[in-house]
Design a protein around this ligand. Structure first.
Ligand SMILES: Cc1cn([C@H]2C[C@H](O)[C@@H](COP(=O)(O)OP(=O)(O)O[C@H]3O[C@H](C)C(=O)[C@H](O)[C@H]3O)O2)c(=O)[nH]c1=O
Length: 199
């Protein structure tokens, strides 16, 4: 398992090893022990999977409030996405900043999004399946969202905002500046220190 940094401290890319042979490949896509060995000490308790039929489907920007804030470990089972994380921890040196990483079934990359960050993705192929682990259970009362096209964040999704395929919930999400924001900066992530960036 290789680990790479991104422009946001705490948001890191994992690339699991693939054992290829004439049949295809085998890969351990997650091991608590391996991630703990890399300094990422997270207990994931729920796996999610979503299928998005159309290119340009945007799901996000989502989060869960404490006491059920979620860290997520995202990968693609089929297709390709631009996966996006936004730091919304008040007081963070990267508050309001975003990073996008392309993940695909082919490259096997995974993105870790800590609690305190918004998460969303846009699909780049039809029938894209996204599979992700969450560090807390779904808690509808704690469910939160911010507009995917919030000009104060400025995510470049690679599509015109008007072309995005959205849920009604995402279409109606507030801007970050209007959010009752529960997250505060609590310092750097030790596992991120000194990581090389993904090429
Ligand atoms: C997230 C979730 C949803 N649901 C139910 C609630 C709704 O009736 C239905 C669809 O939910 P939603 O429209 O919120 O699904 P997405 O738009 O894919 O939301 C997800 O997409 C972004 C990318 C995320 O990071 C979050 O995990 C999550 O918010 O599934 C559940 O039963 N359990 C769950 O954990």
């Amino acid at each position: 398992m290789r680990i790479f940094g991104t422009a946001l401290d705490g948001v890191v890319v994992f690339v699991p090893r693939r054992f290829g042979d004439a049949r295809g490949y085998f890969s351990e896509t997650w091991s608590r022990r391996v991630l703990a060995g890399l300094g990422v000490d997270l207990d994931f308790v729920q796996d999610n999977q979503s299928l998005s039929r159309t290119v340009g489907t945007v799901r996000g920007l989502h989060f869960q409030r404490p006491p059920h804030a979620q860290a997520k470990l995202v990968r693609v089972g089929r297709g390709r996405i631009l996966d996006v994380a936004v730091d919304i921890r008040v007081g963070s040196p990267t508050y309001g900043k975003w990073v996008g990483v392309e993940l695909s079934a082919e490259d096997g990359r995974q993105l870790l999004i800590p609690a305190g960050f918004l998460h969303g993705f846009v699909t780049r192929e039809p029938d894209t399946e996204v599979i992700y682990k969450c560090s807390d259970y779904y808690a509808p009362d704690c469910d939160g969202a911010v507009r995917f096209d919030d000009p104060g964040i400025g995510v470049d999704w690679g599509i015109a905002p008007g072309d995005a395929v959205l849920s009604d919930k995402d279409r109606a999400a507030p801007l970050l500046r209007d959010l009752d924001n529960p997250f505060r900066y609590a310092g750097p992530f030790a596992y991120s220190a000194g990581l090389e960036a993904l090429a």
